[in-house]
Design a protein around this ligand. Structure first.
Ligand SMILES: [Fe+2]
Ligand SMILES: [Fe+2]
Length: 320
């Protein structure tokens, strides 16, 4: 076989298909179909944006945390989310896009982030419930991504998932403390659970019948389970946790199904989901405005970093 043969479109596609079939990783230097690259860029960018925008609802409580211990934990968590955003932007850059360009798309509302972050944090209990349910749902979504077919994304997810599990536990522990406190604290936890339960279920995306790209993403080894499979797993995981906490999940249709060996549960309000995804959620405007302002305020930092890098490379060249 000559080198030219190895690079015919058919050969390249066959090589890619064989890698996927053998459950091996595609690396940045490897040939990949354009649609695979575009899908990954969109998904990783959306994921990175979610980590960064997700800092806002929690950052809102940093100065109002009820104790130094809770503040230190929350601060560490919010910093972790910034780190997750950075790993993910770096993973996206291996596909040939630029971080700057992705940030522009986010603040111009041309790329999305998880709809969950368009809900406001109204009470301190929301911080615990976000850790428990939102980070919990994120873990259910993200653990299978550790085996994603694209190497840099899969490797970023391994570290991210370790930190997410700390996020979930700190949330649960903080709720447990409140449930062992006063009636007012218990009511606060219940009220917060009532508001976050359904939006958490929506984090898995639309029902399988309304998710046209799922099949292709699964064939490419990007996705390992369907939205409904992951949602079911999350519900089954959350029910005993809610019982141990002593909170009621706000779904009258939620019950154990002996035949299926899984819980039956109600349908999320998909019209609300579509509204929030398309920009009409309670905090969409505020989130994007805040992100845009932070980007503008940070312009001098980027300029200074660029000038410093230029100066260093000029000095290295002069020395060489
Ligand atoms: Fe995260
Ligand atoms: Fe997290």
């Amino acid at each position: 076989m000559t080198t030219a043969d190895a690079h015919t479109p058919e050969r390249l596609q066959a090589g890619f298909d064989a890698t996927i079939a053998a459950d091996q990783r595609i690396e940045p230097r490897d040939w990949m179909p354009d649609a695979y690259r575009r899908t990954l860029i969109r998904q990783i960018a959306q994921h990175a944006h979610s980590e960064i925008i997700g800092m806002q609802p929690e950052g809102n409580w940093l100065l109002r945390a009820p104790s130094l211990r809770r503040r230190a934990i929350l601060l560490a968590k919010v910093q972790d989310e910034a780190g997750h955003g950075m790993y993910l932007y770096a993973a996206a850059e291996t596909l040939g896009v630029d971080r700057e360009e992705l940030t522009e798309k986010l603040i111009d509302a041309k790329q999305k982030y998880s709809s969950i972050f368009n809900y406001p944090t109204l009470s301190w209990a929301d911080i615990g419930v976000i850790g428990w349910l939102v980070d919990g749902a994120a873990i259910a979504n993200q653990v299978p991504l550790c085996r994603c077919s694209y190497g840099p994304y899969a490797r970023a997810m391994i570290r991210i998932c370790k930190e997410e599990s700390f996020h979930q536990r700190q949330g649960y522990e903080s709720l447990l403390a409140m449930m062992n406190g006063t009636d007012a604290q218990r009511e606060m936890v219940q009220e917060s659970t009532n508001r976050w339960w359904w939006p958490s279920l929506m984090m898995f995306g639309p029902a399988d019948g309304d998710s046209p790209n799922t099949h292709r993403s699964m064939a490419w080894g990007i996705k390992r389970h369907t939205n409904d499979e992951l949602r079911q797993r999350f519900v089954d995981m959350s029910v005993p946790q809610a019982a141990a906490l002593g909170v009621t999940l706000p779904d009258p249709d939620l019950r154990w199904n002996d035949e299926r060996q899984a819980h039956d549960f109600g349908e999320p309000d998909w019209s609300e989901f579509r509204a929030v995804v398309s920009g009409a959620g309670p905090a969409n405007r505020q989130r994007l405005e805040h992100r845009r302002r932070a980007h503008e305020d940070g312009a001098w930092v980027r300029e200074a970093a660029r000038a410093y890098a230029d100066k260093r490379s000029a000095r290295t060249e002069a020395g060489a």
